[in-house]
Design a protein around this ligand. Structure first.
Ligand SMILES: [Zn+2]
Ligand SMILES: [Zn+2]
Length: 435
């Protein structure tokens, strides 16, 4: 059977738009087609207490709300946190690496929190810092955490972004440069919004690892929950089965945010940063980026994009690959959050306006969920929605389905790409400098 999971999120304790309501998340999960959702921040004592009070175990390691919304009594939660591990790296300096942890029970999460507290981790932050000396120390501490329970899972998060293991900040060449001997146990890595299985196929040492996609959302909004997800083949619904499916790459497909919309896709500096005025910005695709990595506007180091880093790593790991000659080893379905597509179709900026929400609900009534919409063929979508939504909304949905869209600009330096329908822009040959 299929299980759709989104296993990386955050509560209000990690910043964002206020505290996250689990009932609100459950309602959004139904509309987006997510079966199991990572709770986020489950090591934070107040959030952990709230989770423990609000959730009840339904299947081994999976939890339902005590008081679920009528619209989605089947919503399941899995205990999850992201931590930032810091350590000295061979290239010099200290690197911070975002890493997702999954836990099979409240007892195990509490034991892990107690161990981290002993390592002087300040757990009052939603995304706490685990300070380590070097890669050997990272391995020792991760092994100690996994000794608490063999089914704890450690997943390097959004691996190519500046905050991920391969990020350009204090760069490393191989996972083992940071995770040390623990590297052998890392079998699953998270693509992040700015990359997809095709981009990660550039990196030789990931060839035999599973790629998972998650939303990493900080809010229950319709364009946040499930903006990326992973569909697993499982024989039953349980925590253990999810972990096993991930270890064995039982991936039916991932739902992918277009990498070009992701906030770290291209290299650049956004406006308002490092003394740039609100008008000054620059972004570069890998073939046009300054070789010295220096911003032509402010003279400081550029934020290196995910695509450029992936190409660099393929060369560093001794096997120069290009996007044109790699075959992704997992199937992916590409999506743009439906509320943003509807807003673009209507020609409005606000993707949470009443009109947008009304048409979103109409589409969901026809297709059950957004995840289900995007797996249908173009003609099916056309047939089912022709009488349901205005032509311009239908046309927008169909152009996403056909791949007939781009972002202008593409995502760079913390800015999301801006959706443009019915136009294609190549990922390469982009060199825009506005001084
Ligand atoms: Zn992160
Ligand atoms: Zn600059």
């Amino acid at each position: 059977m299929q299980l759709t999971v989104d296993l990386h999120s955050h509560s209000g304790y990690s910043g964002g738009v206020g505290q996250v309501s689990l009932a609100g998340v459950a309602e959004t999960m139904r509309k987006k087609g997510i079966d199991v959702f990572g709770t986020g921040d489950c090591l934070q004592p107040e959030w952990l207490a709230h989770l423990e009070k609000s959730l009840v175990e339904r299947e081994a390691g999976l939890f339902a709300l005590q008081d679920p919304p009528e619209s989605n009594p089947g919503a399941r939660f899995l205990l999850q946190s992201e931590i930032i591990i810091t350590a000295d790296v061979p290239s010099g300096g200290r690197k911070g690496v975002h890493t997702v942890l999954l836990f099979p029970s409240f007892a195990v999460a509490r034991e892990a929190a107690a161990y981290l507290a002993k390592c002087e981790v300040k757990l009052n932050m939603g995304r706490p810092f685990l300070k380590c000396q070097d890669s050997a120390d990272v391995a020792e501490k991760l092994c100690a955490i996994c000794k608490i329970d063999a089914s704890i899972m450690v997943i390097p998060a959004h691996v190519l972004t500046p905050q991920g293991i391969y990020g350009s900040d204090h760069p490393i060449a191989y996972l083992s440069d940071f995770y040390g001997d623990y590297n052998d146990q890392i079998r699953v890595v998270e693509t992040g919004l700015s990359a997809d299985p095709q981009v990660l196929a550039l990196i030789p040492e990931l060839d035999n690892r599973t790629l998972i996609s998650n939303s990493d959302c900080h809010s229950p909004a319709l364009n946040r929950v499930g903006r990326e997800f992973t569909v697993l083949e499982v024989t039953q619904v349980s925590y253990e089965e999810i972990v096993t499916a991930l270890y064995n790459r039982k991936i039916i497909h991932t739902g992918e945010f277009s990498p070009a919309e992701g906030r770290y896709f291209l290299t650049g500096h956004r406006s308002g940063k490092n003394g740039h005025t609100s008008e000054q910005f620059c972004y570069f695709s890998p073939d046009t980026a300054p070789v010295d990595g220096v911003c032509p506007i402010c003279g400081k180091g550029l934020t290196i994009g995910v695509l450029q880093r992936a190409l660099e790593l393929s060369a560093i790991q001794g096997e120069p690959r290009t996007l044109q000659n790699v075959q992704p080893r997992q199937k992916a379905i590409y999506m743009v959050p439906l509320t943003e597509v509807i807003a673009a179709g209507l020609g409005v900026k606000n993707s949470s306006s009443n009109k947008v929400t009304q048409y979103f609900e109409a589409v969901i009534n026809s297709f059950e969920s957004e995840a289900n919409l995007w797996i249908h063929a173009e003609n099916e979508i056309e047939k089912q929605l022709a009488a349901t939504v205005p032509n311009k909304v239908l046309a927008a949905i169909l152009s996403i389905k056909r791949g007939d869209y781009t972002f202008d600009p593409l995502g760079y330096d913390g800015e999301y790409g801006e959706l443009i329908l019915d136009r294609k822009t190549p990922w390469f040959g982009n060199k825009i400098v506005k001084i």
